[in-house]
Design a protein around this ligand. Structure first.
Ligand code: ADP
Ligand code: 3PG
Ligand code: MG
Length: 395
């Protein structure tokens, strides 16, 4: 798809509505979060060069972003902490607007000078965003002169700030968006083979459609994490007290478990509770006891996965192999991270938790591409038409 790029837009003296994906994770706390509670700022860091570029080219960035899935205005989902972190990363003050529409923000945007940067409050505080309400999109559009989309993670959402705005203003895809599309297209369209996909994480319900669509495309599909526990249960094994999505047991039956491409864990790490001090045991997949839960893949599985990843020429990884937040359940995930980093393959990694792990292990320089997208990346790789990209295409 041919997208309009930032080089095709005149930015000098323009107010630039920049849609960014600042939907970042926070540490779990029971008070309103602050900047220090942001647990990973990869998405914020990724937008910084574009913001600087806009300023260099004489534009005034007015940034639109969402956080979480609020129902109306929820202070715990305010973008104030993000404004703080963005100021620090940019090395200049970011003006925070307490709303994204209305008289006051309009006045604020009208008075901006060159060199200013503005972040508007969470656009999902207004239901017009998710409904792609035309009136809401028009109000947003009235704040700026041109529109740039850098929120690759949101292009699967037909929301006002993703599809409504580019219909109203001169628009372009930002450089980060273009890099995402180039790297993921290389993976999708012309991967050097063998191509290995490693998929893990919490919920099979969010990933089963992708697993089924990936199967014809990949040469090997390595499965771990809690999503594999549900699949193991669906195959008739006892998984004790492991986390599984009971409601998915029937749905996953259409998945081709018998395909020689599919590699499920043959052994796992179990414990009686999800605690850093719980005693851990290695169990074969058919030997799990009633009072045990699966928290990681086992040593034999680690060995098999490492070997398959090592022989790949392209590798894609999304989702941890276990409850990696607890060190005694992190070995499977860390082994996969190291295998992906050490392999000679063209490697692409994506997903919130997966990105954090790569950075925690200082392996980011060994990975060819780390996507800022989660669901959007998976949909892109499946070849789905993404509304946010269609909205940026040359007509
Ligand atoms: P990503 O953000 O990389 O796409 P997910 O959000 O799908 O990954 O899943 C990450 C979560 O899955 C982590 O919080 C991790 O603790 C959890 N998880 C993975 N494996 C297990 C398991 N065996 N038991 C419980 N939780 C698990
Ligand atoms: C993401 O985190 O994947 C994107 O920011 C999209 O968020 P959403 O799933 O709430 O639309
Ligand atoms: Mg996650």
């Amino acid at each position: 798809m041919d997208l309009l790029t930032i080089n095709q837009l005149e930015l000098e003296g323009k107010r630039v509505l920049l849609r960014a994906d600042f939907n970042v994770p926070f540490f779990r706390i029971d008070r309103i979060p602050t900047e220090a509670d942001i647990s990973d700022d990869f998405r914020i860091r990724s937008a910084v060069p574009t913001i600087k570029l806009i300023i260099e080219r004489g534009g005034i960035p007015i940034i639109l972003a969402h956080l979480g899935r609020p129902k109306g205005k929820e202070l715990s989902l305010s973008l104030v902490p993000v404004a703080g972190r963005l100021s620090r990363l940019l090395g200049q003050n970011v003006i925070f607007a307490e709303d994204c529409i209305g008289v006051r923000v309009k006045e604020l945007c009208a008075e901006l000078k060159k060199g200013d940067v503005v972040l508007l409050e969470n656009i999902r505080f207004h239901e017009g965003e998710e409904n792609n309400n035309t009136g809401f999109a028009k109000e947003l559009a009235s704040l700026g002169d041109v529109y740039i989309n850098e929120a690759f993670g949101d292009v699967h959402r037909a929301h006002a700030s993703i599809v409504g705005l580019p219909a109203l203003l001169p628009h372009a895809a930002g450089p980060l968006m273009i890099r995402e599309i180039e790297a993921l297209s290389r993976l999708k369209d012309n991967p050097a083979r063998p191509l290995v996909a490693v998929m893990g994480g919490a919920k099979i319900s969010t990933k089963i459609d992708f697993l089924e669509k990936f199967l014809p495309w990949v040469d090997s599909l390595l499965l771990g994490g809690a999503l594999a526990s549900t699949l193991v249960k669906a195959q008739g094994y006892n998984i004790g007290k492991s986390f599984a999505e009971e409601s998915m047991l029937e749905r996953v039956n259409t998945f081709d478990f018998k395909s020689p491409k599919v590699h499920m864990p043959s052994d796992v790490i179990v414990a009686k509770e999800a605690s850093p001090i719980a005693k851990t045991e290695v169990r074969k997949i058919n030997e799990i006891r009633d009072d045990e839960s699966i928290f990681d893949i086992g040593p034999e599985t680690r060995k098999i996965f490492t070997k398959i990843i090592g022989e790949s020429r392209t590798v894609f990884w999304n989702g941890p192999m276990g409850m990696h937040e607890i060190p005694s359940f992190a070995k499977g995930t860390e082994t996969v991270a190291e295998a992906v980093a050490l392999s000679e393959a063209f490697s692409v990694v994506g997903g919130g938790d997966t990105t954090v792990i790569i950075e925690r292990l200082y392996l980011d320089h060994y990975i060819e591409f780390i996507s800022t997208g989660g669901g959007a990346m998976l949909e892109f790789l499946c070849g789905q038409k993404l509304p946010g990209l269609l909205a940026l295409a040359k007509k």
